[in-house]
Design a binder for this molecule. Structure first.
Ligand code: SF4
Length: 708
C-alpha cells in the first residue's frame, strides 16, 4: 500500500489541502486541515481521485496524417517528431510569430514558467498567452493601476472575518469554492455585514444582509453611485485620501452625476439600497470589496474594478488589516500562472517584456541575448482571432479553447484553418479532437510542482501516484520539443530544477520567489510572495505601510460608465450572463469525466425567471434554443425566481451544441483584454417537440473526425 500523500485539489484557486490515500486498489481523497480550507472540501475536491482512474484517460499519443483524416495512435517519439517538424515548417514558411502558444491557469508555476521560456527562446515567438486572460485580467489590471502590483488578495483569507463590512461584486463562492464560506460565516457571526452584488439570488446572495440584484454590465454605475452617496453624506476618510492616495478630485467630479435615482434607472437596484450599501461600507471601521468574474468579465471590467477601488480609497478602507480590495481568482493557478511568463506581455516575476532592464535580467538567467527575446505579442482573444491569418500553428497546454473562448464557432473555424495544432491534454478534450498531434500528459497527483493560490500563498503539490505508461509531463514535452527545435537554452524537466531557475528569474521582480523553496513551503504551510531571500518571512499582507506604486500612494482613476457593448433589442430582448455551478469546473474537461459530478449536474441548462418563461411558452426541462448575433446553443430550461426577469443565466461547462460560448460576445476590455462573457443580447425559444435528449452534452458538435 502506498503512503498517504498530502497535496492540494486539482481545481480552483482556493487550492484546498487534501490527502490522497491508496487502499491497495484505488485512490481516495481525505480532507486536510490546511489554512485555506480548514478541513473543508467541495464535491469537486472529494471526487477528484476519480480522475486518476478514469477509463477515458488518454495514454497514447495521436496523430492526424492529413486534413480531414482520422487521428491514429502513434508512439510518443513519433508524435514529438511530428510536432517539432510542423513547428519548424510553420516558422520557416511564415516567420517565427506564426507559431503561437496557448497556456492555462491550471499549469504549475514551473510549467507556466517553462512555457513562457519555451515560447520566447525555443520558438522565438512573440505570440503566447493563456486562458487566465479570460478570467482574472480585469482584477489584475485594477490592482496594478490602483496599487502598483497584482496579487489577487493582498491579505490572507484569515483577514476576512475581521472586516465589519464586505461587498462581494459578481461572485458566488458558495457554489464555486464552498470551503471559503467559512470565512464569510465567521465574519457574519462577529456581527459583520455582507453585501452581494449579483443579477441572481445565488446561494451566496441568500446569505447576504443586502443583495443588490444588478443588471449585468452596470457595476461601474453602482460603484460610482455609492461613491456619490459617500461624498454627499460625508462618509469620506479625508486624512487617508490626503496622505495615501492620488487623483481623488477627478473621481469626485465624475461621481457627481451618479445620484441614486439615476443609478437605480441604470442598474435596476433601488436607490434606497444603493444608499444603504454606501452607508454600510462607509460607517464600518473595516471594510473590503471582493470582486469576481461577474464584475470583471466585461468590456469595462477593469473600470468596474477601479470604480469599486475608488469607493474603498475614498472611505479609507485600504492598506489596513481587514481592509482592501481583492480579486477572488478562479483557476487553480490563475495567480501564479499570470506571474511567470505565459502572458503576452510578461516575463517571470511579473517583469515586463517591454522593459529593457527586465528583459536583460531574465535573459541573463536564460543565458540568451536580451535582444533575441521577442516583444509583447497578441493577447488571448487577439491570438485566437489571428488563427489562419498571421498565426498558422498553435501549441495548446492546459486549455480547451474551443469551449472556453467567446464566439466559439469562430474559434473552431480558426483552429480548422491552422497548418498545425498540437494539444497536450490528459483527456481528448473538445480542442484536442481537432488537433493534428495530441500528446497525453500526466495529471496533478502524478507530478510535483508549486501553485500560487488566490491569497498569493505558494503551495506544494506532491506526487502521489505513478502515471500510466504512455504519458509524459508537460515539462518533459517542452524539454523534448526544445531539443528537437535546436534551442540554445536548456529546459530542465525536473520540477525542482525548474523551480530553482524560476526563483532566480523572479529575483528582484514584483512577484519575487527567490526566498521560497519546496522545503519552506512544506514546513510553513505555504509562503506568501514577495519573499526575496531565504531569511525573509514572506508577505501575507501587502500595503500596510505603502502601496506598490512609484510614490507609495494608491491611485484613483475616474470611471465613466459605458455599459455592456451589446444591449438587448427587439430581436434579442434579454441579457445573457454566464457562469459556473458547484459540480463542474471551467469547461468541464476534467469534471465531465467524474461520474458523481456528471450525475449531479448532467446537462447544460439556462436559468429563466418563471414569468419570463411563461411569456416564451417555456416550461421546466424544455429544450431551449438560445440565439445571439454569433450563434446558437441548445440547453434545458431551469425555472427560478432567483434571477432577474430580464436576464438569462447559463453555465459554460459543456461542449457540443451546449457550448455557451457559441453565444458570447468577444468584445474586449481595452486594458485587460478580457472578453465580455457576462452580458450579451440573447433570444430564447422552446424547441418543438421538446426532446429530453436535445440539450444533452452528449450531442456532438460537428467535428472534423471521430477518434478511434
Ligand atoms: Fe477546494 Fe476549489 Fe477544490 Fe472545491 S474545487 S475542493 S473549493 S480547491
Amino acid at each position: 500500500m502506498m503512503a498517504p500523500t498530502d497535496t492540494h485539489c486539482p481545481y480552483c484557486a482556493l487550492q484546498c489541502g487534501m490527502t490522497l490515500v491508496h487502499d491497495g486498489e484505488r485512490w481516495t481523497v481525505a480532507a486536510r486541515d490546511f489554512p485555506t480550507n480548514k478541513g473543508g472540501l467541495c464535491k469537486k475536491g472529494w471526487t477528484a481521485a476519480s480522475l486518476l482512474h478514469s477509463p477515458e484517460r488518454l495514454t497514447t499519443a495521436l496523430i492526424r496524417d492529413g486534413k480531414g483524416g482520422p487521428l491514429r495512435p502513434a508512439s510518443f517519439e513519433e508524435a514529438l517528431d511530428r510536432a517539432a517538424a510542423g513547428m519548424r515548417r510553420v516558422q520557416a514558411a511564415h516567420g517565427r510569430d506564426a507559431m503561437a502558444v496557448f497556456g492555462g491557469g491550471g499549469l504549475t508555476n514551473e510549467k507556466a514558467y517553462l512555457l513562457g521560456k519555451f515560447a520566447r527562446v525555443a520558438l522565438g515567438t512573440a505570440n503566447i498567452d493563456y486562458n487566465g486572460r479570460f478570467c482574472m485580467g480585469s482584477g489584475a489590471n485594477g490592482n496594478l493601476r490602483a496599487f502598483g502590483i497584482d496579487r489577487g488578495l493582498p491579505f490572507p483569507l484569515s483577514d476576512i472575518p475581521g472586516a465589519e463590512a464586505i461587498l462581494l461584486a459578481g461572485g458566488n463562492p458558495a457554489e464555486t469554492m464552498p470551503p471559503i464560506m467559512q470565512y464569510f460565516d465567521a465574519q457574519r457571526r462577529r456581527g459583520g455585514t455582507l453585501i452581494v452584488v449579483d443579477p441572481r439570488r445565488t446561494d451566496t446572495a441568500k446569505l447576504a444582509h443586502l443583495h443588490l440584484q444588478i443588471t449585468p454590465g452596470t457595476d461601474a454605475a453602482l460603484a460610482n453611485g455609492m461613491l456619490h452617496v459617500a461624498i454627499r453624506d460625508r462618509l469620506l476618510d479625508e486624512a487617508f485620501i490626503k496622505t495615501r492616495t492620488n487623483g481623488f478630485q477627478a473621481a469626485r467630479r465624475i461621481c457627481a452625476s451618479f445620484w441614486p435615482d439615476r443609478v437605480e434607472r441604470i442598474t435596476g437596484i433601488p436607490a434606497s439600497q444603493v444608499e444603504r450599501a454606501a452607508h454600510v461600507m462607509g460607517e464600518a471601521a473595516t471594510a473590503m470589496v471582493l470582486s469576481a468574474r461577474g464584475a470583471e468579465q466585461q468590456s469595462n471590467g477593469t473600470d468596474n474594478v477601479q470604480a469599486f477601488i475608488n469607493l474603498l480609497l475614498a472611505l479609507g478602507k485600504a492598506g489596513k488589516v481587514s481592509c482592501g480590495y481583492g480579486c477572488l481568482t478562479g483557476q487553480g493557478n490563475g495567480q501564479g500562472g499570470r506571474e511567470h511568463g505565459q502572458k503576452a506581455d510578461q516575463l517571470p516575476g511579473y517583469r515586463r517584456l517591454a522593459d529593457p532592464a527586465h528583459r536583460a535580467a531574465v535573459a541573463k538567467v536564460w543565458k540568451v541575448d536580451p535582444d533575441s527575446l521577442p516583444q509583447p505579442g497578441l493577447s488571448a482573444c487577439e491570438l485566437l482571432d489571428a488563427m489562419g491569418g498571421d498565426v498558422r500553428g498553435l501549441l495548446v497546454m492546459a486549455s480547451n479553447v474551443v469551449v472556453s473562448a467567446p464566439n466559439a464557432e469562430r474559434v473552431r473555424h480558426g483552429l480548422d484553418r491552422l497548418d498545425l495544432l498540437v494539444v497536450a491534454d490528459m483527456f481528448l478534450s473538445d480542442t484536442a479532437k481537432l488537433a493534428d498531434v495530441v500528446l497525453p500528459i500526466t495529471q496533478w497527483a502524478e507530478e510535483e510542482g508549486t501553485m500560487t493560490n488566490l491569497e498569493g500563498r505558494v503551495l506544494l503539490r506532491r506526487r502521489a501516484a505513478e502515471p500510466p505508461a504512455g504519458v509524459r509531463t508537460d515539462a518533459e514535452i517542452m524539454h523534448e520539443l526544445a531539443r528537437r527545435l535546436g534551442s540554445a537554452a536548456t529546459f530542465d524537466a525536473a520540477p525542482r530544477e525548474a523551480f530553482e531557475e524560476l526563483r532566480r528569474a523572479s529575483a528582484g521582480g514584483a512577484a519575487d520567489y527567490a526566498g521560497i523553496s519546496y522545503e519552506r513551503i512544506a514546513a510553513e504551510q505555504g509562503v506568501f510572495w514577495p519573499c526575496p531571500s531565504d531569511g525573509h518571512a514572506g508577505t501575507p499582507r501587502l500595503f500596510l505601510d505603502h502601496f506598490a506604486t512609484a510614490d507609495g500612494r494608491a491611485n484613483f482613476h475616474p470611471v465613466r460608465f459605458n455599459g455592456a457593448a451589446e444591449q438587448p433589442d427587439a430581436e434579442f430582448p434579454y441579457v445573457l450572463t454566464t457562469g459556473r455551478v458547484l459540480s463542474h469546473y471551467q469547461t468541464g474537461a476534467q469534471t465531465r469525466h467524474v461520474p458523481e459530478l456528471c450525475a449531479a449536474e448532467p446537462f447544460a441548462f439556462v436559468e429563466i425567471h418563471p414569468d419570463t418563461a411563461r411569456g416564451l411558452r417555456i416550461a421546466e426541462g424544455d429544450a431551449v434554443r438560445l440565439s445571439t448575433r454569433r450563434g446558437e446553443a441548445v440547453v434545458r430550461a431551469r425555472l427560478s425566481r432567483d434571477i432577474r426577469m430580464d436576464v438569462l443565466f447559463a453555465p459554460f461547462h459543456w461542449g457540443g451544441r451546449a457550448t455557451i460560448n457559441l453565444l458570447t460576445n468577444p468584445a474586449l476590455d481595452p486594458i485587460s483584454k478580457i472578453p465580455e462573457f457576462k452580458a450579451c443580447a440573447v433570444r430564447a425559444e422552446r424547441i418543438e417537440p421538446a426532446s429530453p435528449h436535445a440539450a444533452s452534452a452528449a450531442v456532438p458538435h460537428p467535428e472534423r473526425v471521430e477518434v478511434p
